[in-house]
Design a protein around this ligand. Structure first.
Ligand code: ADP
Length: 162
């Protein structure tokens, strides 16, 4: 039987339990999920591409069916290159909706054969973002149960160096 595969693209700066919750939910629907870490982002990243990829790899190492890769350029081109037709994205709040809606329709315009599907994380992660956790840790907070230990360690190290 043909494997059901999806791409989960994002900046992952850094990966949080919200992202991981989504990947785990996605595995109920897909046999394989490629977590695709964007080389370039409209956001300034705190972590380098290598660091972001390596943190996602560590966080997903026990999840069967998950691959971690990086991509540059358009996500639809990456999907085509991989022969994958589904883009997985997370919706936390209504505030995510507008941006995600625009992006999904732009991607559809670019490649009509590729569908974006959205999943909602556990409500405990519905207000969690990489930005929020970076701010909290920069100001001296702990991980608040939002990021794996290796990510917390990396974040603390980053902020100590500054
Ligand atoms: P991007 O820069 O592409 O938005 P992010 O790493 O911020 O990259 O997010 C990647 C995807 O993961 C997006 O679809 C985003 O909505 C989703 N996401 C981010 N944080 C969470 C979370 N706490 N719960 C569920 N989905 C999330």
């Amino acid at each position: 039987m043909l494997k059901k595969r999806a791409i989960y693209p994002g900046t992952f700066d850094p990966v949080t339990y919200g992202h991981l919750d989504l990947v785990k939910r996605g595995l109920h629907l897909f046999d394989e999920i490629i977590v695709a870490v964007a080389v370039l982002s409209s956001k300034d990243t705190l972590f380098t591409l290598k660091e972001r990829v390596s943190m996602v790899k560590e966080a997903t190492k026990d999840l069967q069916g998950v691959k971690v890769e990086s991509f540059g350029g358009l996500v639809v081109d990456f999907a085509k290159q991989k022969n994958i037709r589904i883009i997985l994205r997370g919706l936390r709040m209504i505030s995510d909706f507008e941006y995600e809606f625009q992006m999904a329709l732009t991607n559809r315009r670019l490649a009509d054969s590729i569908e974006t599907i959205f999943m909602m994380p556990n409500e405990r992660y519905s207000y969690l973002s990489s930005r929020l956790i970076k701010e909290a840790v920069a100001l001296g907070s702990g991980a608040l149960g939002f990021i794996p230990a290796h990510v917390e360690k990396a974040l603390k190290k980053k902020f100590k160096r500054r």
